[in-house]
Design a protein around this ligand. Structure first.
Ligand code: DGT
Ligand code: CA
Ligand code: CA
Ligand code: ZN
Length: 579
């Protein structure tokens, strides 16, 4: 997990440089490297030993040296040096969204505030508004920002939880006493944020499993240790609960500890009505106490007269009624996915080339990837002027001419400007295979204006997909206000797809919004918004959201074959008026 530690340092470095007012591109280089390291799943020590760090996305010679330095010394001198130049406390305050370097300096110098807790106290006591140039409104915004940061600290996003759980399971599987292992809790249900990790093991030698767990490198502190249940804190401060059960009870325990609590309450009500009892050990007939099921989770449901219910559906949102009626959705699966949209490359702010992305997409079994680099108004992301976009199209055409069975689609992520018009002229959009429309600026326009802006974009016949429709970034930025029901209606009427952005801090649309969109008849699309090769694997997070939204393959644009996808795009272009 060293990549996470280095990612944190790079990200801190970016903040420090930002505080110093350094070059924006240098700051972004650090941020991008941090993001890429976070999603890197290989063995960093080995890559470094083989002198191949510069082959990683977004890592040049300079950053590679810093990684090597960290791997051998545990620190990066350059980061330490910059840290020394910044007054203590400033950095902590900069974590608050919307609080810039100037304000941070003012707060540390005038009020000696060094932590977010101190800042919160001061804001609540209205001590900030006494500072020069400070308005009550600003105090309010700071409190809102603090709430966002705190929420982000309490619960981790899937991008942190999933790799950690996988690494832990791989570690525990080395113990011969472990016969079966699974995640449970909110991670298995693929909730967008996770409070603590829950793991379940089947074993006839629980003591050996617990020993391995509490003495693993993941265990920084043991919070509780028993023969059936132990909890640890990892070095990252994540709580992990492990339960060990007899193999005969594995299915029942898995059902119980997957939750949600609300789903389990309904399951038990249903059992009681049939003279049955369900707990973490099995399903029992109340009268005789005879055990009817327990080893397999599917048998727990079967004994109650139900088909197995996918964990993502277990939120007491009507899944039991649907199961009883035989109306459970055939949820989309990874194998149904035929491609990915919204892919960035070195042509704008991505880290990898067209060739590398094509190879990676094809290696994942996809038929297509839509390359969607940024449009010119997004200067900080190297948005492409029309001439450059046309160069990229020519390159993609040439590449496609040489390959069979896989195709790069010529696309772009086009900024929706403040008046709802698109950042490329229609004539240029018409040359593209796939157009993603995005709002990246002007979040403060207000609900009515933002809604009009999105709807205007959808009325453009060339806009295929609206990316991250609410703009939220968990732990950093609230969604902007938008009338989603109006957006859904327009999306359906104009035949525009809405994105479920799979980047773990975005997951936008979120599960409940995606469900409403699906019910409104909107076509959805999961796209990874990849800025590097490894991020293509974040598809699973977006699929988790889609599954929690009860989405079937027919409701997901990237389950279409290439041929049908192109027809789908053409159909909107043919029918829409251009205004
Ligand atoms: P989290 O950790 O806040 O993201 O959410 P969960 O769902 O992972 O909750 P957690 O870790 O407290 O418990 C894991 C599962 O164990 C939960 O989803 C259902 C089950 N469970 C825990 N406590 C109770 C309880 O008091 N009653 C019932 N019926 N189930 C419980
Ligand atoms: Ca949990
Ligand atoms: Ca737990
Ligand atoms: Zn993007």
């Amino acid at each position: 997990m060293k990549q996470h530690e280095i990612a944190a340092l790079f990200s801190e470095m970016a903040d420090l440089l930002e505080y110093q007012g350094e070059n924006l591109f240098r700051i972004r280089a650090y941020r991008r490297a941090a993001q890429n390291l976070e999603s890197f799943s290989g063995d960093l020590d080995r890559v470094s030993a083989e002198d191949r760090l510069t082959e990683l996305s977004g890592i040049g010679a300079d950053l590679a040296n810093k990684i090597t330095e960290y791997l051998s010394t545990g620190t990066i001198a350059a980061v330490e040096a910059v840290r020394r130049r910044i007054p203590p406390g400033v950095l902590a305050l900069l974590e608050v969204p919307g609080l810039g370097p100037k304000t941070a300096k003012l707060l540390t110098e005038r009020l000696r505030i060094k932590t977010i807790d101190e800042l919160e106290d001061a804001a609540k006591a209205h001590r900030l508004s006494r500072l020069p140039g400070f308005q009550a409104k600003k105090e309010e915004n700071i409190l809102k920002g603090i709430a966002i940061v705190k929420r982000g600290r309490e619960r981790m996003h899937l991008g942190v939880a999933m790799p950690l759980a996988n690494a832990l399971m791989t570690c525990l599987e080395q113990t011969p006493a472990v016969t079966r292992i699974s995640t449970a809790g909110s991670l298995r249900r693929m909730r967008e944020t996770i409070g603590d990790l829950d793991l379940l093991v089947a074993s006839s030698h629980p003591a050996r499993v617990m020993e391995a767990f509490t003495h693993s490198p993941f265990s920084q502190r043991v919070l509780a240790s028993g023969t059936t249940k132990s909890s640890i804190l990892t070095p990252e401060g994540v709580q992990v609960d492990l339960r060990v059960v007899e193999p005969d009870s594995f299915g029942a325990a898995l059902q119980y500890f997957t939750g949600s609590k609300e789903h389990n309450v309904r399951v038990r009500e249903l059992a009681v009505r049939q003279g049955l009892k369900v707990n973490e050990y099995g399903v029992f007939r109340v009268k005789t106490n005879r055990r009817l099921a327990g080893r397999e989770e599917a048998d727990v449901y079967k004994t109650l007269g139900l088909p197995w219910i996918a964990p993502e559906l277990r939120e007491d949102q009507g899944e039991l009624d649907a199961a009883k009626a035989g109306r459970l959705p055939q949820l989309v699966e990874r194998n149904d996915v035929r491609g990915d949209f919204h892919i960035h490359t070195v042509w704008s702010d991505g880290s990898d080339t067209l060739e590398a992305m094509a190879k990676a997409g094809s290696a994942r079994g996809y038929q297509y990837l839509a390359i969607c680099d940024h449009s010119p108004s997004l200067k900080v992301a190297h948005g492409m002027p029309v001439a450059r976009l046309r160069q990229q199209m020519a390159k993609i055409r040439a590449m496609n001419a040489r390959t069979k069975g896989f195709r790069l689609l010529m696309g772009a992520e086009v900024d929706i400007l403040s008046d709802g018009s698109m950042d490329y002229p229609d004539a240029v959009l018409a040359e593209l295979d796939f157009v993603v429309g995005s709002i990246h600026t002007g979040f403060t326009q207000g609900e009515a204006a933002l809604t009009r802006r999105l709807i205007a974009a959808m009325r453009n016949p060339y806009v295929t997909l609206i990316a991250h429709p609410t703009g939220r970034l968990m732990g950093q930025r609230e969604p902007y206000p938008v009338d989603l029901e109006a957006v859904f209606k327009a999306a359906r009427d104009t035949q525009t797809a809405l994105e479920i952005n799979a980047y773990p801090r975005r997951l936008d649309l979120c599960d409940t919004a995606a469900k409403r969109a699906r019910e409104a008849g909107v076509m959805l699309a999961v796209s990874t918004d990849s800025h590097s090769l490894d991020q293509l694997d974040q598809m699973v997070f977006g699929l988790g959201v889609a599954r929690r939204a009860w989405v079937e393959p027919a409701q997901l644009l990237n389950c279409l074959t290439l041929d049908r996808l192109l027809k789908w795009v053409a159909r909107k272009r043919a029918r829409s008026p251009s205004t």
